[in-house]
Write a protein that binds this ligand. Structure first.
Ligand SMILES: [Zn+2]
Length: 131
């Protein structure tokens, strides 16, 4: 069975779920983004634009599967570090994988639906967005 499974999410659309148990600090997956230019980014459909993350200088990262399905949560169980998603707590098989997109410089914002007790209701995101 794959480490990550894509299923219908309770947060938004599709989500990424743990296909096995992960220990705190473990790398869940390394991204393999497609590097595209600002020009190419503008040509994408609105749906695809949700998966763009600013890269270096004039380049953008178009997030691929399964990392593009990791939803935002105000109480996340993973964090983005060095081009990978890392478990920040022990994660049980079947749990939805979430990340806090509100860290760093904000490029855009969206309404949060994560249902965490400490949900801020709104996210200023610096990261690729999924709605
Ligand atoms: Zn929230």
């Amino acid at each position: 069975m794959a480490d990550i499974q894509i299923k219908k999410s309770t947060v938004a659309g599709k989500g990424a779920f743990a296909g096995r148990n992960f220990k705190k600090g473990e790398i869940i997956l390394r991204w393999k983004p497609k590097v595209i230019s600002a020009f190419e980014a503008k040509q994408l459909s609105n749906a695809e634009k949700h998966y763009i993350c600013p890269g270096l200088a004039n380049e953008y990262w178009l997030m691929q599967k399964p990392e593009r399905y990791i939803n935002h949560s105000c109480a996340p169980n993973t964090k983005a570090k060095n081009g990978a998603d890392i478990a920040i707590k022990d994660i049980k098989k079947g749990e939805e994988l979430t990340s806090d997109y509100s860290l760093g410089n904000s490029l855009t914002s969206f309404k949060c639906n994560c249902q965490a007790k400490n949900c801020k209701g709104f996210v200023k995101a610096s990261f690729f967005i999924k709605t």
